[in-house]
Design a protein around this ligand. Structure first.
Ligand code: TYD
Length: 134
């Protein structure tokens, strides 16, 4: 199965412009407890470089674009997030990195739990060890 699991968001709106809706337990498959967004990412900077033990997230570039890399410890896959209609699921135990942020990129992330540093796996070799144990 592909590591890149996209959610095609419906584009509502009319001649005034677009509208995209994200609803917990509907087109987002979990209850949303936290929302955060990345803006003004310095050109050439990459972010992420971690996995979560339990957290489920979904991310979408509401403006601009970035490249998301998903890695399960065996395989790496990348996808360009370049549309406010194209969300990506970030499940637990997937190492993820964000690269190639455009200047206007606003990356919106929805999560099913509050921020908890102990849920992070920040070292790639720790991630590989944990994947091997599963
Ligand atoms: P971090 O997760 O390292 O950013 P990224 O993976 O996108 O590069 O988060 C950067 C800092 O912000 C870090 O000190 C943790 C803090 N932070 C919070 O306090 N709450 C949050 O919800 C998030 C996502 C990060």
């Amino acid at each position: 199965m592909s590591l890149v699991r996209l959610v095609d968001l419906e584009l509502l709106g009319d001649e005034r412009g677009h509208l995209v809706v994200l609803e917990g337990s509907k087109n987002v498959e979990f209850e949303i407890k936290r929302v955060y967004y990345l803006t003004d990412t310095t050109l050439g900077t990459a972010r992420g470089f971690h996995a979560h033990r339990k957290l489920h997230q979904i991310a979408v570039c509401v403006s601009g674009s970035c490249r998301m890399i998903m890695d399960n410890g065996v395989r790496r896959e990348g996808v360009l997030l370049d549309s406010p209609r194209k969300a990506i699921k970030i499940p637990p135990m997937i190492w993820h990195e964000m690269h190639d942020f455009s200047r206007d990129c606003v990356l919106l992330v929805l999560a099913n739990d509050y921020y908890d540093e102990s849920d992070y796996i920040r070292k790639y070799h720790d991630f590989l060890d944990l994947v091997a144990l599963r």
